[in-house]
Design a protein around this ligand. Sequence first.
Ligand SMILES: Cc1cc2nc3c(=O)[nH]c(=O)nc-3n(C[C@H](O)[C@H](O)[C@H](O)COP(=O)(O)O)c2cc1C
Length: 419
Amino acid sequence: MTTPTKKRRRILIGVGGGIAAYKVCSVIRHFTESGHDVRVVPTPAALEFVGKATFEALSGNPVSTTVFDDVDEVAHVRLGQGADLVIIAPATADLMARAAQGRADDLLTASLLTVRCPVLFVPAMHTEMWEHPATQANIATLREHGSTVMTPASGRLTATDSGRGRLPDPQEIALIGELLLDRADALPYDLAGVRVLISAGGTREPLDPVRYLGNHSSGKQGFALARAAAQRGASVTVVAGSTTDPGDPAGVHIVRISNAQELSEEMTKRAADADVVIMAAAVADFRPVAVADAKIKKGDQGPAPIELTTNPDILRGLVEARDDGRIPSETVIVGFAAETGDETGGVLDHGRAKLARKGCDLLVVNAVGDGKAFGTEDNTGWLLSAKGDETALPFGSKTLMSSRILDEVRQLVPDGPGA
Ligand SMILES: Cc1cc2nc3c(=O)[nH]c(=O)nc-3n(C[C@H](O)[C@H](O)[C@H](O)COP(=O)(O)O)c2cc1C
């Protein structure tokens, strides 16, 4: 989960007294192994769950919970002032209440009053605590104060309970933290109430019970978009084919499909209830005409020829559905074009032609091949709009690229800032 260091930054990791405190050790490790200077500030309750020695050994720095240690260094002011990023995980209901009120009754909350860098709260608690109006009001206050509050995952909670309120995967916390280091304003809470439907990953077109025609898509870009949209408040569904992304994004509804026809059916059905549809999946253009019931044998004559037929054009189909009123006319439709240059034109030329052919509102164009885009952590490309705007998307993490794409999408959503 470690990514190469860009620049050594000062990361303050505040740990609350929740059962998920042990998982935050992986987040600490991620940032130290990435070369950053990590200071861990637990609450006194956090030390009931994980010992001070663990935090000191993992961070390589001393650990205190009180403003009365290292008084000569005025730690309660300096730690916050010097931070480039603060991550609070697990952010307990109690800790968020104290932070929302501006209390300063331990070293962590005192430090929070002096920080001027991005602050990421990662809540984890039982569903009832999460849903309580007091907790939700405190979260709204923290967002008003400029903090990012992550949407929790659903799943197993303490003891035998399960539901909403689980700490997101440590790798996802690290990705969102890295995003805020790259771009402090990457996750405004501006998509609340917006329904976003995303396709991600590759399709597999079956040949027989054991073989398929597939592609190299990892699903990382589609999942990164889902992650960023969910953290901006959107209600997100991902229709996912084959993916190698290790964790499902927190707070996102995932529907699994295998081949292009299944993807087409799911996207067409679900698009009617979406405000934004993003086609980030790598969909096979062709599929075998016949799928053998039994494994195809090698035979004496060499391989039998495979006859292919064309798959539905899902992106074009969605635009047509919008044109003829099967999905609402204000639905924003975004396509992706993974292109390689050839003798007929460069990557951008092919992207422009695809935008004209498909009729979507935005098209993200990336160069693929030679290890680019497929399966990588980073991406780059262009964002083309139906209005004729062309924006270069600078090289960076797929999550960073997603935040820039969503900025443009937000402008097009009815009642959005540019609508
Ligand atoms: C076993 C156990 C697990 C707990 N897990 C959580 C939790 O996941 N989330 C939460 O908000 N509080 C949880 N609590 C309650 C907090 O520990 C309690 O509210 C404490 O005051 C939090 O202190 P802090 O916010 O200063 O860290 C748990 C308590 C116990 C005993």
